[in-house]
Design a protein around this ligand. Structure first.
Ligand SMILES: [Zn+2]
Length: 84
């Protein structure tokens, strides 16, 4: 069983995006806007899937109140888990 704190998940998520930003800004293929951690976890049009795992309004609230397994479950369901 995986055991991550919310902060660990944020570090895992931010690392590949940060590395890509130094050369090319990744773009969300659904929204054609900057692909950021906040966009993926809070803003992108995956509301139906997101609400099965959490319903928060900020990254601070997400990582302070949501179980890491739920965050990873959401990431897995929207198909980006393999990118971590
Ligand atoms: Zn998007």
């Amino acid at each position: 069983m995986l055991s991550f704190s919310g902060g660990s998940v944020l570090v895992i998520l931010a690392s590949p995006i940060h590395n890509v930003e130094s050369t090319n800004q990744p773009v969300c293929s659904h929204c054609v806007c900057a692909l950021t951690v906040a966009h993926v976890l809070l803003e992108c049009n995956c509301d139906v899937v997101r609400q099965r795992y959490f319903n928060v309004s900020s990254l601070h609230e997400l990582f302070d109140t949501v179980n890491a397994q739920n965050i990873l479950g959401f990431i897995r369901d929207i198909g980006i888990y393999r990118l971590l």
